[in-house]
Write a protein that binds this ligand. Structure first.
Ligand code: ADP
Ligand code: ZN
Length: 293
């Protein structure tokens, strides 16, 4: 079985061909430009490789309501040409096969639940902390959708007492993304996060914001695993800070051994590493294929 997978990021597209074991056999990556220009390259890559289904994990917001004629479209993005673009329809025109479509972070959490750090678990949340902050939610064995889809990167935060940064989110200023994304770190400290030393105060502050979000999601959804990915989480020293801060916030209230005794295995990096998104898209393709069988 050969499945096409697309990890459609705001700055970069990654396309792959994979099988039902989660193995990626071939891949290509190119910058995200106007939709036709970008997808032409995806179409050329899948070409005559005989894909039986395609899975897409897309930047958003996107329309995931199957009863809506706008299903499969990107909705309100400021990215030139993409607002309202019929992503699923475009791919189906070239490849008349089942197409699975979800957010990039729902794809990542799905991949992690199938083959990664949450393998065998029926619930898990995945945060990406990169250019933006996004959250994918898997609960009771299913990806969670709703009016649109989870947008937990924009929850409001309580300010760190020593933080005067106004926030970088164009919609909310000091929401989680506004305070903790890669660009927020860069604006607050005047240098890219990758250039700050590992013992810089920035990381304790970053952990403070991430831990607030995680504590909230743990109380709300009771996920069996919390996975933190994205460029900013390449700063591995964040993990112990975040775990400690979550434990401090929860203060023994959530009476699970995973939290009380085994936090190191509860808040973790992606088991699939930087492949979580692409493997997740592959998982969406496999699901679409079996749903249509
Ligand atoms: P995207 O979110 O665009 O898909 P990434 O997850 O790689 O891509 O996130 C990019 C963001 O992460 C940038 O703001 C970048 O400055 C930040 N970043 C990348 N690598 C590191 C690092 N090693 N340490 C801190 N920040 C990083
Ligand atoms: Zn916001």
């Amino acid at each position: 079985m050969r499945i096409g997978a697309i990890e459609a990021g705001g700055t970069k597209f990654i396309c792959g061909i994979g099988n039902d074991k989660g193995e990626i056999l071939d891949r290509i990556s190119f910058p995200t430009e106007a939709p036709e220009q970008t997808l032409e390259q995806a179409v050329a890559f899948f070409g005559d490789k005989g894909v039986e289904a395609i899975g897409i994990g897309s930047f958003g917001p996107i329309n995931l309501d199957r009863s809506n004629p706008a299903y499969g479209r990107v909705t309100t993005t400021p990215k030139p040409g993409w607002a309202g673009f019929d992503f699923v329809g475009y791919m189906k025109r070239f490849f008349p096969v089942p197409v699975g479509f979800d957010t990039d972070v729902n794809a990542a959490v799905f991949g992690e639940a199938k083959w990664g750090a949450a393998k065998g678990l029926d619930s898990c949340v995945y945060y990406t902390i990169g250019t933006g902050v996004g959250v994918g939610v898997y609960a009771e064995g299913k990806l969670v959708h709703g009016l649109v889809h989870p947008e937990g990167g924009h929850i409001l935060t309580r300010r760190h007492p020593e933080d005067n940064f106004i926030g970088a989110c164009p919609f909310h200023g000091d929401c989680l993304e506004g305070m903790a994304s890669g660009p927020a770190i860069e604006k607050r400290w005047g240098v890219k996060g990758s250039e700050l030393p590992g013992d810089h105060k920035a990381w304790e502050m970053e952990a403070y914001y991430l831990a607030q979000a995680l504590s909230g999601v743990i109380l709300l959804l009771s996920p069996k695993k919390v996975i933190l990915g994205g460029g900013v989480m390449h700063q591995k020293q964040l993990f112990p800070f975040v775990r400690k801060e979550v434990a401090r916030n929860l203060n023994g209230y959530v009476a699970s051994p995973a939290i009380l005794d085994d936090m190191d295995n509860y808040i973790v990096p992606p088991g699939l590493g930087d492949n979580a998104g692409l493997c997740g898209a592959l998982a969406l393709g496999i699901e679409a294929s079996s749903a249509s069988a």
